[in-house]
Every structure is written in structure tokens, then in C-alpha cells.
Design a protein around this ligand. Structure first.
Ligand code: AMP
Ligand code: ZN
Ligand code: ZN
Length: 298
């Protein structure tokens, strides 16, 4: 006989917490609500939910759409042949069905694509994932700022956060690791909108089963450039520790989140775009400048 839900005796869909589909939904949505509850006067705020088309962000958009928040969706089309177009269709179908306003921004509109970032990663002495992450963060913030949103919501989950914590600790860089939080507040004077991560304490498996049991459409397409990504390897190692010591991901994330180191620098304004940067020209503008030159020459 199968396991029974610890609350209602129903069929278990999430054995890690012995929950049926209804109580798993309650568990996930309660965690989402808890993060949203940190934002005072949230009914007056405008939220932009960044949806990649994957299980986490589509599930998060579904959960947030159940609240009374003012929210719209943003999808970045990264221009990966055979991957980006079908993913975009999933997001468009979801937005249409739920009558949610969807904004789509193509990297190509900025003169380059993810494959270009990959081809030129060595010019930046960086990895594809790091470059892609910088570009995404920049575009989430600039789009939200220019369209009057107060917060961008992303669907980083507990497994992402635990891996982030280990990454920071592995370089002995607590300053880096202590940046992780479920809310960062808007800094209008620096043209920075706020950031929320409502899935901060939602394990990846719970997010997957939530999306499946709620009938949320999502794409399972994997990024072709993820091979060799350090964060993916660390995620696997963290899952290994969790297997022998359940609760590890949660405790580690809480511990690192609780350790706050004050930021030592206040940001400059990028000389080209005006958004914050630690140097003279921000990473996005440097990437864009270099890639649009090289792509045009190719
Ligand atoms: P990742 O950096 O791929 O782990 O994604 C982290 C979060 O960023 C996701 O949960 C989404 O909220 C958001 N995100 C990632 N890729 C995209 C995309 N192409 N368009 C919009 N949001 C995205
Ligand atoms: Zn139940
Ligand atoms: Zn710039």
C-alpha cells in the first residue's frame, strides 16, 4: 500500500514530506506567501515575474497568479536554435490561457544571442553561464525599471540557494555568499528595482511535483551550454549530502543567509547606460560592445 498524506490520509505525491497534491500545494504556496508577506503594502507594488519556461518559474507564476498581486511576466528569448522558439511558445500559451500580460525581450534585439556569448566566452575570460547570468540580471532590472515595476521575481529554489552557498564557501568568500536573500529592496537612486525569490525555501523536487500536479505547462529543454557548469556539479554534491543528512540544504541556506557582511563599495553609474556598476562601464555594455563588433565582422 502506498504512503498516506500526513494531514489528510490522501495519496502521497511528495514523499519527502509525506504530502498529497493538495497539501503539497499548500506547502509551496505558504512559502511563496511568506516571502511576499515581507513586502509591506505589496498590493500597491508592481511585480514582474521572470519566466524562463522551466518548471520553477512557470510554477512560481502559477502560484503568484493565485494571489491578488499586480503581476506581469517577462521572458528573455536567448536565441538558441531549436530550443528558444518552442520554449517561447510554452510561455506564450501559458500567458494567453491565464490572461497574464507577457513581455518578451530577445537578446537578438541587443545585437547578440546566447550562442554568440558561448563562442566568445574566452574573450571575456569567463564561462557561458556567468556571462548569460550577467546579461539576464541586467535585462531583468533595466526592463523592470524602464516599465515602472517595483520588484522582479525569479524562481531560484532551495537547491539553487544551497549550491550558491557552497560556491561562496568553497572560495572562502562569505561576502559573495551573504548576498543571497529572498528579498532585496529597490534602490531607485541607483536605478535598481527590488528582487524577490519566493521559492527560496522550496526544494527543487517540491517545485517539480507542484508544477506537475497543478497542471502547469513547462519546457524540459536543457540549456546546451550547461555541460561542465560548476554550479550543476555542486548541486549534485549537495544532493548527495542531503541524501545522507536530510535538512542539510535548508540549514546551510539559513546559516549563510543569516551571515550578513556589509557591502564595502557603493556602485558607480555605467558611463554608457547609467545602470550601477563597480567599474566605469558595466559588464552588459562591455559584452554588448564587444559582441556586436565581432558579430558584425564575422
Ligand atoms: P537560472 O539562472 O537559469 O537558474 O534561472 C534562475 C531564474 O531566472 C529562473 O527561475 C527564472 O525566474 C529566471 N530566468 C532564467 N532564464 C530566464 C529567461 N530566459 N527568461 C526569463 N526569466 C528567466
Ligand atoms: Zn493531504
Ligand atoms: Zn552599462
Amino acid at each position: 500500500m502506498g504512503q498516506k498524506c500526513q494531514f489528510c490520509g490522501g495519496k502521497v505525491v511528495y514523499p519527502e514530506q509525506r504530502l498529497c497534491d493538495k497539501h503539497l500545494a499548500r506547502y509551496v504556496e505558504k512559502r511563496v506567501d511568506k516571502v511576499l508577506g515581507k513586502i509591506l503594502g505589496r498590493e500597491e507594488k508592481r511585480f514582474l515575474v521572470a519566466v524562463s519556461g522551466g518548471k520553477d518559474s512557470m510554477g512560481l507564476a502559477h502560484a503568484m497568479a493565485k494571489t491578488d498581486l499586480q503581476m506581469e511576466l517577462l521572458h528573455l528569448d536567448l536565441g538558441v536554435p531549436e530550443v528558444s522558439a518552442p520554449v517561447r511558445q510554452v510561455v506564450e500559451g501559458f500567458a494567453r490561457d491565464r490572461e497574464l500580460k507577457l513581455h518578451t525581450v530577445s537578446l537578438a534585439d541587443h545585437g547578440f544571442t546566447l550562442p554568440d556569448l558561448h563562442d566568445h566566452r574566452r574573450d571575456f575570460r569567463s564561462t557561458t553561464c556567468s556571462l548569460c547570468g550577467s546579461v539576464k540580471r541586467y535585462l531583468f532590472n533595466s526592463f523592470a525599471h524602464e516599465h515602472g515595476f517595483d520588484f522582479v521575481a525569479t524562481a531560484h529554489n532551495l537547491d539553487d540557494m544551497a549550491a550558491f552557498a557552497v560556491m561562496g564557501l568553497s572560495c572562502g568568500d562569505l561576502q559573495y555568499a551573504s548576498r543571497m536573500d529572498y528579498v532585496s529592496w529597490p534602490e531607485p537612486e541607483h536605478r535598481m528595482v527590488g528582487r524577490i525569490r519566493p521559492y527560496f525555501y522550496v526544494p527543487e523536487k517540491a517545485s517539480l511535483v507542484y508544477a506537475l500536479t497543478q497542471g502547469v505547462p513547462f519546457s524540459e529543454a536543457a540549456c546546451p551550454y550547461v555541460t561542465g557548469n560548476k554550479q550543476v556539479a555542486i548541486k549534485g554534491a549537495v544532493a548527495g549530502v542531503e541524501g545522507v543528512a536530510p535538512g542539510f540544504k535548508l540549514h546551510l541556506t539559513k546559516l549563510v543567509k543569516g551571515h550578513k557582511e556589509p557591502s564595502q563599495t557603493s556602485p558607480n553609474q555605467c558611463q554608457l547606460c547609467g545602470y550601477p556598476t563597480a567599474v566605469e562601464v558595466c559588464r552588459f555594455c562591455r559584452i554588448k560592445q564587444k559582441l556586436t563588433d565581432q558579430v558584425e565582422q564575422a
